[in-house]
Design a protein around this ligand. Sequence first.
Ligand code: KG4
Ligand code: ZN
Length: 347
Amino acid sequence: MLVLGIETSCDETAVAVVEGPAGPQPVGKILSNTVYSQLTEHRRFGGVVPEIAARAHLERIDGLIEQALAEAGVGLADLDGIAATGGPGLIGGVMVGVMTGKALAFAHDKPFLAVNHLEGHALSVRLTEPVEFPYLLLLASGGHCQLLTVRGPGDFTRLGTTIDDAAGECFDKTAKLLGLGFPGGPAVEKAAAGGDPKRFALPRPMWRKPGCDFSFSGLKTAVRQAAEKLDPSDPRAVADLCASFQRTVGDVFADRCTNALTLAPMPTLVVAGGVAANVYLRGRLEEVAAAHGAKLVAPPVRLCTDNGAMIAWAGVERLRLGRVDALDFRPRPRWPLDPTATTAKRV
Ligand code: KG4
Ligand code: ZN
């Protein structure tokens, strides 16, 4: 089963070809995974500009599809399905991906699969590791921070979410305040190496509160206040603040996942989304999982941030269940994984 995956929901134009499992092998195979990161387009603005992103996707998408097919050594006629991110995300970009996917599916008479970007992250671990359903998932990216139980494609129960900012956004803000550049996550992780994680006592929002919700706005403010007081040209101070911030996020993740593993015990804890690329945070979650007799599984670092392979893989999972989409699918700026979940509240 060969599926082409198109990802255009934020600032990465990404296309991949993934082969679904054949025979007893439970995982998939990535035949190609091309990505164009719009770093130069957005860097001078210090964040993603939606209109610029949409135009950049439009300029690159055709070339990336050609490249992904060539690297995989397959033609459009060989595909079993065409998957594109259908939301949630910056709507101009999502429209570019969806329209391209639909056009290819129509022209080549292939099934079209509109993939929820969050489901792409949520299922990505199964592309490379034989993880069985159900599992507990911490999904931490630039726009989301949620704990969910995953029972299968399209079958999620949200245990908690952030009441304000996402964890990745907090990493990006910290990097911006300290002049470390964009995107912030990898820059903060790098700067934190060798820093003193105990130098700054930062607030741990929601820590030891019941439930599985998150909050990061108080931490963001505290980092800003600490950053304003320190000398940005002092690499030691910057390293110490990054390390202290990262440890605080680790404390919050550990505390929230402890509650989740207690409320909904599962044999596997999965972490996915861009923030899952952070090696320190993976270590913290490994400890929490082990303390509850569970195992932490995370996608390889390069598959944590947005990519086409995770969209193609979610397409494989849906196609296997016959869940294809009609060509009148409308791109969705918002698309919760668990539509029954209510808005999180401060406790
Ligand atoms: O999943 P993703 O690529 O895009 C969204 O769907 O949002 O996540 C991007 C986020 C950014 O906020 C970025 O700073 C963060 O993931 N991130 C990291 C790391 N690498 C990326 N955060 C912490 N540590 C990292 N190594
Ligand atoms: Zn993402």
